[in-house]
Design a binder for this molecule. Structure first.
Ligand SMILES: [Zn+2]
Length: 834
């Protein structure tokens, strides 16, 4: 018996040794050395699967699929002991953050999450993830196996598979064999659509908080099920730069704790040790700050983690490139660097596991002190916006509810920043207070002013939720109690008789989505230009009027309208008459028929991929309305008469839009069509014959000879006086103009560049900046602020029978500006219907 047992043990030992001996390295599995080629996404997936199948304490979890149907997954790697109780570790970790009950787990294993390749053309990351995985899976590696005793590593090898494969496929097609290190070689110059972004050309590293893209929506679910203590986002920067790692640059947001700062320093020092040993160059404490909440470093930071960005120099480097300093940079070098920081991160986390876990718990138990402690949003329980917001809060584990009692308080009004009004809170109001685990994140999303310790920042400095969602909202200095839920009423839409007309509100992109559906299904729709009353009820301007009279001959009229209203959750009013008590009767010329838009969007060289992607995504994914994508390559030869709306997204068109193209466009508009120009597309039409747009001239102070007055070290700071990284202005808004129909408040606009245009002398200026007092949040340089006085944000010029809509500010920016999407819908469907 004894002998048998011994034999069995020896046999098992032998078996496990052979398993170890057999675990293939990435090189052995793939059949080439890492760094010799770019690995396609499905081959990387195959390697992860193989390792998980051959190591009992590694498993994969699939969490979603990209727009192009590539799989999204993570791998969990830890010690055999931890692996057995992985689910208990997860629950204990969440309980420390205040979610769920604590389990019987008392040990303090830390969670380290490594995310690779959020930017597809920063292509080294996914390659490095395989090498890192192998070291963690390799049982003979005593270092990594020791770390895993108190550390659970979660690897997301590729956050953006569509972009990554786009880059890799392109490189495989155009790369020389052998590869050319000459920076002029085509393989170092990606075409118009680079691999950086996802399918819809969104930057996924700006989407962690807003969750507009399917990759982010899928990832946040799994991320918030774990809430790691350390999160690393692996990137690349220009290939002439060396390596960047923590600590991050100022500004840091105020809620960031001393421990979060301290640990960044510990990590940085550990990486430096390895880089010093190898003589590799690096920098830290510069460029990459911690402020904008939608990054892969800041979002984790505001969720209690040490969130970090690591940047290898390498964008465009292909398999090898000669740098400015004459040295050769290879993909193999880049892999070695990311692999080194990945393992070094796990090492430091393991050495500090207990402290990491304790400080994580502290982060959730003791949020940063804040002047404002509750945020109250006025609303009704059938509001699309509140429904959207509650879904948004659920995704971020943010607690909210209806106010439990009617009361009055004092606070800050987002809509009217100069006032400290009395606020009456009612039980219909949605309340979010800081008495909850995600208090710091709530505060970052709602704070009226972002405090900057330094005005040099990498991204927009303002994102306040009540502005982006055009909410009637207040920040209060006391904790307001709420019920813990906010039920949204569902419409019933049961009608016994066939009405004269169906009426439906217009204040949300959900309304635009339904309107788009009706139009595509042959229903004719009008809208009211003025408020009106009928059947004893009041309706606001913009209300959709779907009358039987205009749909004469359509015997499916009632069925299509009522069933689609149900499907789209629209609350219909069945009007018994078109004779109104106030306002305009339904046959009035002030009730405008919405001519079905036939839409074209310009893309290609000159257009900003991000901006074009936003427009594209808006039509395909947000409202489901068809639009034809054109390209600047052949735009001049397209007969535009097939379309009545043309959208030119933000871009630097230059010679991509020829003078002849612009003349043709002016003629096309005259025939009764609509041209929508966005952001810098305006500059291609400013001061051009046939268009009334004029550039604002520079102020005298701007023209002064500053380079001679400024020292070399101050030059960068002086440039800031003419700059905004993104800031919020409360526009002077004409809400009687259809462009702003459905808004709850004056429009708050995100200003992203330093262009300024004069108000239209012939045309409407429904949204503009009057003075510097219109700035409500974010950094704007002093000179730019002067230049923006009396400048156009949104203008409409009638040319012949058509119109041009000038959008100097991008209402679709990253698609998180919810009210901007309504303005854009207005431009497409309501403006200039005659
Ligand atoms: Zn990047």
């Amino acid at each position: 018996m004894k002998t048998n047992k011994l034999c069995l043990s020896i046999f098992l030992l032998f078996l496990s040794f052979t398993t170890i001996a057999q675990l293939k390295t990435p090189d052995e599995f793939l059949g080439y050395t890492l760094g010799e080629r770019f690995t396609p996404h499905h081959r990387m997936e195959a390697y992860f699967k193989y390792v998980a199948e051959n190591n009992p304490n590694i498993k994969l979890e699939y969490y979603g699929e990209t727009y192009e149907h590539r799989p999204l997954f993570v791998a969990y790697i830890t010690s055999p002991e931890n692996f057995e109780k992985l689910e208990d570790i997860r629950k204990a970790n969440l309980a420390r953050a205040g979610f769920g009950n604590s389990s019987n787990i008392t040990d303090k294993s830390t969670l380290v999450w490594l995310s690779y390749n959020v930017h597809g053309n920063e292509a080294v990351s996914m390659e490095a993830s395989m090498k890192t995985l192998y070291d963690l899976a390799d049982k003979s590696n005593s270092k990594t196996q020791t770390w895993l005793k108190n550390t659970v590593v979660i690897i997301d090898p590729c956050i953006n598979p569509d972009g990554r494969d786009r880059y890799a496929n392109w490189y495989i097609q155009f790369g020389n064999k052998p590869d050319s290190a000459d920076p002029n070689s085509k393989e170092h110059h990606e075409p118009w659509l680079s691999g950086r972004s996802n399918h819809y050309m969104f930057d996924l590293n700006r989407d962690w908080a807003w969750l507009t893209q399917i990759e982010s929506q899928s990832r946040i679910k799994i991320y918030n099920r774990w809430l790691p203590q350390v999160h690393v986002d692996f990137h690349e920067q220009g290939y002439n730069a060396p390596y960047y790692f923590a600590p991050a640059a100022e500004p840091y947001h105020e809620v960031i704790t001393p421990w979060q700062r301290e640990f960044q320093m510990k990590i940085g020092k550990n990486h430096a040790k390895y880089f010093d040993q190898n003589g590799w160059l690096y920098f830290s404490k510069e460029v990459f700050d911690l402020l904008y909440p939608s990054y892969g470093d800041t979002y984790p930071v505001y969720s209690g983690a040490i969130g970090m960005t690591y940047e290898q120099g390498g964008i465009g480097a292909g398999l090898s490139i000669t740098k400015n300093d004459g040295n050769l940079l290879t993909l193999k070098d880049r892999i070695a660097h990311h692999y080194t920081t990945g393992l070094s991160t796990i090492e430091v986390a393991s050495l500090n596991a207990e402290r990491l876990v304790d400080e994580f718990e502290n982060y959730y138990k003791k949020p940063a002190p804040s002047r404002y402690k509750s945020f109250v949003i006025k609303g009704t329980t059938d509001s699309d916006e509140l429904k959207r917001l509650t879904r948004f809060f659920d995704e971020h584990l943010i607690k909210y509810g209806a106010a439990t009692s009617n009361l009055s308080s004092k606070g800050f009004s987002y809509a009217d920043v100069s006032q400290q009004p009395k606020v009456s809170v009612s039980t219909n109001d949605l309340v979010i207070n800081l008495n909850q685990p995600k208090a710091n994140l709530v505060r970052v999303l709602f704070e009226p002013q972002t405090k900057l310790s330094d005005s040099l920042t990498y991204d927009i400095t303002a994102w306040t939720l009540p502005y982006s969602h055009n909410l009637k909202a207040f920040a209060l200095e006391e904790i307001i109690a709420h019920s813990g839920e906010y039920p949204i009423a569902e419409p019933s839409n049961e009608f016994s008789e066939k009405p004269y007309a169906y009426l439906s509100k217009w204040n949300d992109t959900e309304d635009a989505k339904w309107l788009g559906y009706l139009i595509q299904n042959g229903i004719k729709v009008s809208f009211a230009e003025n408020d009106f009353q009928v059947d004893g009820k009041s309706f606001k301007r913009g209300t959709l009027i779907i009358s039987r009279g205009i749909n004469v001959g359509n015997n499916q009229f009632d069925e299509i309208v009522v069933s689609s209203a149900k499907k789209h959750n629209r609350n219909l009013h069945a009007a018994t008459t078109g004779f109104v008590a106030s306002g305009n009767d339904f046959g009035s010329s002030s009730v405008k028929y919405i001519k079905p838009p036939k839409i074209a969007i310009l893309s290609g060289s000159g257009a900003s991929t991000l901006s074009f992607g936003e427009v594209w995504h808006f039509f395909e994914q947000e409202i489901g309305y068809p639009a034809t994508v054109l390209d600047t390559d052949y735009f001049g030869g397209v007969n535009l008469d097939q379309y009545n709306v043309l959208i030119i997204p933000n871009g630097y068109y230059g010679s991509n839009l020829k003078t002849g193209d612009k003349t043709n466009l002016a003629d096309w508009v005259k025939k009764g069509n609509k041209l929508i120009l966005m952001e810098n597309a305006l500059s291609s039409f400013a001061d051009v014959d046939g268009f009334g747009l004029k550039t604002a001239s520079e102020s005298d102070t701007l023209k002064k000879e500053r380079p001679n007055l400024e020292s070399y070290e101050n030059e960068e700071r002086y440039a800031l006086t003419e700059y905004t990284p993104g800031s919020i202005f409360k526009l002077v808004t004409d809400r009687s103009n259809p462009l702003f129909f459905g808004l709850e408040n004056d429009y708050f606009s995100l200003k992203l560049d330093s262009h300024a245009y004069k108000l239209l002398s012939e045309g409407a200026n429904p949204g503009y900046i009057k003075s510097k007092n219109n700035l409500v949040n974010g950094f704007v340089g002093s000179e730019l602020l002067k230049k923006l006085e009396n400048s156009l944000s949104y203008g409409i010029e009638n040319i012949g029978r058509g119109s041009v809509i000038y959008m100097a500010d991008n209402p679709l920016f990253r698609e998180f500006w919810q009210s901007g999407k309504l303005v854009f819908s207005n431009a497409v469907f309501l403006v200039d219907q005659r």
